[in-house]
Design a protein. Structure first.
Length: 86
């Protein structure tokens, strides 16, 4: 899927789906307000894997500064939308 003309709801669903595929846990906990480390129990490897999956899915580059600033699933949704995934 390319990053052009993707509706915002699809972006949200895709980010949530990708996020729920990484750690073994309860997919129902993956909501925009869920904190990746505290709520979803992501470790550093999970965060790197999520970054790679989002870059591949949406055809974007995620810089290191963004990685340090993202705390929630919603932060990823916002980041993707702000970087050409709409």
């Amino acid at each position: 899927m390319g990053s052009q003309n993707v509706p915002a709801r699809v972006t949200q669903c895709t980010v949530e789906q990708i996020t729920s595929s990484i750690p073994e846990g309860d997919p129902s906990k993956v909501t925009p307000s869920a904190q990746l480390v505290e709520d979803l129990m992501f470790d550093n490897l999970d965060l790197v894997e999520l970054r790679g999956l989002l870059e591949t899915e949406f055809g974007i580059q995620i810089d290191d500064a963004a990685m340090r600033s993202v705390v929630t699933v919603g932060d990823w949704i916002t980041y993707c939308q702000a970087n050409g995934v709409t």
